[in-house]
Design a protein around this ligand. Structure first.
Ligand code: MLT
Length: 326
């Protein structure tokens, strides 16, 4: 009897070594804690959206999801780490229009390629861009803001979350539309950047709406316009850039979950389903909508839809942005 069980053990070991049990592992996924890398400081828009959605995903998946904030280089430090992580589904990243699109034209020697080094898992939220300024900025509306930054461009401090971030890229677009060259002031995320704006240490910022709604409603900063064709329901009194006289400035970002290339399909499918379940949850929807997010409809939630979005966004921002000089 003993030799038979020894033979069984040897066969099982061989099968394991040959990866024959891999599908079984993918089917059982997840069996332990998942790490979600957030490429910016806690408290910023990427962190806030990630925490809202992953908290619900953890319930569905039956395992905890711990957020690891890894900062630096406009989110590309973290994204490089995620690209090199094991493709077993236990290390994921919440990326966005910056890390998985705008970074490509901004960093000619980027250590990863969003399409080659990642599997798209699912879109979390669309996040319109707002033009924001410190509370005592000497302009009462967008027209006066434009006149002031043009007249004082070399003295303007524009806050952003590093070259490649959404805030950097969307304000680079604004600078090209207005033909201005402000002084860029980098932070490890627009959470800390917002603190500096509230404190009046920087002059203005282009930021995702989810980071600004509480401050705008609290009257601690100024908001001049939202850079989307329609007003946002969370800020009904904020004009669009078109209404405010700058139709040429249209900018919106998005946050999404990615896994390292080669992560097994059944794992990706489970994660994608857990994202969709979170986006259909009443409380998750309420919190995302209150912060001004656009919640993806079913057809935008597929892996293929995210792959297509990423491809079109890389093309779009490659036409707008050049390698960073400062
Ligand atoms: C960005 O500017 O890319 C993000 O808003 C930064 C952040 O999420 O903190």
């Amino acid at each position: 009897m003993r030799s038979f069980s020894r033979i069984l053990a040897a066969v099982a070991a061989l099968a394991g070594a040959a990866g024959l049990v891999a599908p079984a592992r993918a089917q059982d996924y997840p069996t332990r804690t998942i790490t979600m890398i957030v490429p910016f400081a806690a408290g910023g828009p990427t962190d806030v959206v990630a925490r809202i959605v992953t908290a619900h995903m953890a319930q569905t998946l039956g395992q905890s999801i711990i957020i690891e904030n890894v900062v630096g280089a406009g989110g590309t430090t973290a994204t490089t780490r995620a690209a090199r992580a094991a493709n077993d589904g236990y290390t994921l990243i919440t990326g966005h229009m910056g890390t998985h699109a705008a970074a490509v034209p901004l960093y000619p020697k980027l250590a990863y390629h969003p399409e080659k080094d990642f599997e798209p898992v699912g879109l979390l939220a669309g996040t319109p861009i707002l033009i924001l300024a410190k509370k005592d900025f000497p302009a009462k509306d967008l027209k006066e803001f434009i006149a002031y930054v043009k007249a004082n461009t070399d003295r303007m401090n524009m806050a952003h979350a590093g070259v490649g971030s959404v805030s950097y890229s969307s304000c680079e677009l604004l600078s090209s539309v207005l033909d201005i060259k402000p002084v860029g002031v980098p932070f490890n995320g627009t959470g800390p950047a917002m603190n500096a704006l509230v404190g009046g240490q920087v002059d203005y910022m282009c930021d995702q709406i989810v980071n600004a709604v509480p401050q705008i409603n609290g009257g601690t900063i100024k908001a001049y316009a939202v850079a989307t064709p329609e007003r946002n329901p969370s800020l009904p009194n904020l004009p669009t850039t078109a209404e405010a006289g700058l139709p040429a400035y249209q900018a919106s970002a998005w946050n999404a979950i990615f896994a390292p290339k080669g992560t097994p399909a059944p794992v990706l499918a489970k994660l994608n389903a857990a994202i969709s379940k979170a986006l259909d949850d009443e409380n998750v929807r309420k919190r995302l909508l209150e912060l001004g997010s656009d919640i993806p409809k079913a057809e935008a939630r597929t892996q293929a839809a995210l792959a297509a979005l990423m491809k079109s966004e890389i093309e779009k921002w490659s036409a707008v942005l050049k390698p960073a000089t400062n």
